[in-house]
Design a protein around this ligand. Structure first.
Ligand code: SIN
Length: 291
C-alpha cells in the first residue's frame, strides 16, 4: 500500500513527484517563523510523503537552524565537523576536482547512533547545471511488499550498524577515504560518542505506527550472525529496498530545500557532475531509539 495521498491541507499544497514517495510543498516561506498550525500541516505532509521539497527558499543558516529546532534537538554528526559559526550545520561541498561525493551510497542518516537522526533538512546553495540529484526510497513499501513468510522471519532480526563502515571500504577509515576524494569534507574524531549500534531490522514508525525496513550502507551484519551468514540476506534486502517503484528522484535548484524522514526512507546522492560545484547545508534532527 502506498502512503496516503489525499490529505487536505489548509495552509499548503503538496504535489507528488512519484508514485511512492516525495512531494513538492507550495505555500510555505521557511524564512518566516511558522505557526504551530502550519508546522503541524508540514508534519502531516512529511508523514504522508516520507520526503518533502520546498523550492525558491531564501534562508540564512540561522533561519534553517530555527526551522530545524522546531522539530527537536539537533543531531551532531560524530564524524563530521560542522561550520565554524554553525557547528550544527554540515556544509557539504563537492568541488570540480573532487572525485567522490558525500552520501553517494544508499543509507539512512547516522543509523550507527543509538538514537539515529529522525529527519534531515538539506538546503541547496549552489548546484551543478545538470546532475547532483538526490534519490529516496520508501522503506514502508520495501517491507510491505515482502511475502508474509519473509516478513515473519525478518521481524525478529537485528542489524549491527557501524559508523566508520570499514567493511565496505576495504578497511579504510572515513579520514583515509575522504581526504583525497572529498577535499572539503572535514572528518573529526568521534571521541567517546557511540558510533556502533544494534537496531531492529524492521522498525515501527513512532508517529504513523507503520513498519518499515531499516537497512542501509552502515549495516555490517545481523546481530548474532557472522558476516558470511548475514551477507546473502543483506544483499537481497539492499537490492529489494531500492527497487525503482519505491523511489523518487529530486532535481535540485539553488534555494531548494528537502526534508526527509530517516525513519522510513533511505537516500542516495548521485555523483554525476564531474567538473562542477555543489554546495549544500545539512542539519539532522535527533530521533528516538528505534523499536
Ligand atoms: C546526505 O547523504 O546527507 C547528502 C545528500 C545529498 O547531498 O544529496
Amino acid at each position: 500500500m502506498n502512503a496516503p495521498r489525499n490529505t487536505q491541507y489548509r495552509h499548503l499544497e503538496a504535489h507528488r513527484i512519484a508514485g511512492s514517495a516525495g512531494a513538492i510543498i507550495e505555500g510555505i516561506d521557511l524564512s518566516q517563523e511558522l505557526s504551530d498550525e502550519v508546522l503541524n500541516e508540514v508534519r502531516a505532509a512529511l508523514l504522508d510523503n516520507c520526503v518533502i521539497f520546498f523550492r525558491d527558499q531564501k534562508i540564512t543558516p540561522a533561519q534553517q537552524l530555527a526551522f530545524a529546532r522546531r522539530w527537536g534537538d539537533i543531531h551532531l554528526h560524530p564524524f563530521m565537523e560542522g561550520m565554524p559559526d554553525y557547528p550544527e550545520i554540515l556544509e557539504i561541498v563537492k568541488l570540480p576536482t573532487d572525485k567522490k561525493n558525500f552520501g553517494g551510497s544508499w543509507h539512512t542518516d547516522q543509523m550507527f547512533s543509538p538514537a539515529p537522526a529522525m529527519g534531515t533538512i538539506l538546503y541547496a546553495l549552489e548546484v551543478p547545471s545538470a546532475g547532483g540529484d538526490t534519490m529516496f526510497t520508501n522503506q514502508y513499501l520495501a517491507y510491505e511488499s515482502l511475502s508474509e513468510a519473509m516478513r515473519k522471519m525478518l521481524d525478529g532480526l537485528k542489524v549491527v550498524c557501524v559508523g566508520d563502515n570499514f567493511k565496505q571500504h576495504g578497511g579504510k577509515s572515513r579520514k583515509d577515504r575522504y581526504s583525497d576524494v572529498m577535499s572539503q569534507m572535514k572528518v573529526r574524531d568521534p571521541g567517546n560518542v557511540q558510533t556502533t549500534s544494534v537496531h531492529p531490522l524492521v522498525r515501527t514508525h513512532p508517529e504513523t505506527g507503520r513498519k518499515s525496513l531499516f537497512v542501509g550502507g552502515h549495516v555490517q551484519h545481523f546481530d548474532g550472525m557472522t558476516d558470511e551468514e548475514s551477507q546473502p540476506l543483506l544483499d537481497f534486502l539492499m537490492k529489494h529496498s531500492i527497487r525503482p517503484e519505491f523511489t523518487c528522484r529530486f532535481r535540485w535548484e539553488t534555494g531548494s530545500l528537502a526534508f526527509w524522514d530517516n525513519r522510513c526512507v533511505q537516500h542516495f546522492a548521485v555523483n554525476d557532475y564531474p567538473a562542477e560545484t555543489r554546495i549544500m547545508h545539512r542539519i539532522t534532527i535527533q530521533g528516538d531509539v528505534p523499536y
